[in-house]
Design a protein around this ligand. Sequence first.
Ligand SMILES: [Fe+2]
Length: 380
Amino acid sequence: MRKNMHTQVNSQYKIIAVDDEIGILDSLKVFLSKAGYTFVGVTNPIEAIEKVKNEHFDLMLLDFLMTPIHGDQVVEEIRKFNKDLYILLLTGHKDLAPPLETIKRLDIQGYCEKSDQFGQLLLLIESGIKAVSQMQLIKNINNELQSTYDKLEASYMETIEILRFTVEAKDSYTRGHSDRVAEYSELIGKALSLPDADLKTLKIGGLFHDIGKIGIPDNILLKATKLEPNEYSEIQNHPAIGAHILSNATIFKDIIPIVKHHHERFDGKGYPSKLAGNEIPYLARITAVADAFDAMTSRRSYRDSLPLDVVKEEIRKNSGTQFDPEIASLFLNILDNQPDEINRIMRNLKISSYSHGLYPWLLLLQKEIVSVNTFTISFI
Ligand SMILES: [Fe+2]
């Protein structure tokens, strides 16, 4: 009874044996089928590579000295597309085995001398199959964890998106602005050859950088006239409020520095923490340039978008005071060398679907942010 159960379990596992001696394959077939394994024997090593490419096998028993290619070359080919297959090398005599160096490099899990007695081989196969099943278990757990994490991330993203849309419904300036800041930031990140994880952080950070405006009273956020000093200082709370909102979910921990510090200035005169130079988180320095660029190139109720040469000059003038000079100079290069990409972001995302649709009344509620006359790039 127990033997039957064992045999049934083994039949889940598929073993391929490659040996140019048909007699060996026949013996292995009898022996391993008796042990319950599903067995496939192949005499041609090239054919074996193709079989592994097209079918799933858990374990391979591989002869070393074969024609037209040796066992180590078979493994070399297989490892190009399959890192998981458990491989045991069979050798005529241990002196004829490949050097240990080769066995390690090709990730061959073990080798065994051929013999009429298959006892030792069976032990190696059984421990190999145990390793395969553990690896499968770990893979399944990882997949489950990943899918749970993805679901969690998606639901947090949805929640924060709702908050973002709420801010955008309140403040027409933010509409489209966050999407563009996200894209410009990512463009700068790519020019800096930042790793994918940083590019993702820049993108999400750009989308949510002004999320804290949800906590600013409407009478201030939507004020059409110039802000009083106390109102301006109230509005300066939005980075800290945003960071606080996002701090409730660990998946946003990487974007919090962007949200919290996108209004810091390189000379230390920004807010909320008055950080200077390299104290300002690097990605926040990138978002700051992208944010300022979009503020200047956006059309506002009181002015048209500023001409690109004026915008470039402002970035140049404020490099080293407001902006990190290296990022400012890199962005100026992007503006000169990637005009199509810049235009695409402006064109695709600058048309506000709300403007002529659901909330036309919001257009009346614009607020002075960038002071064009004095042209300090002060915006929220
Ligand atoms: Fe902001």
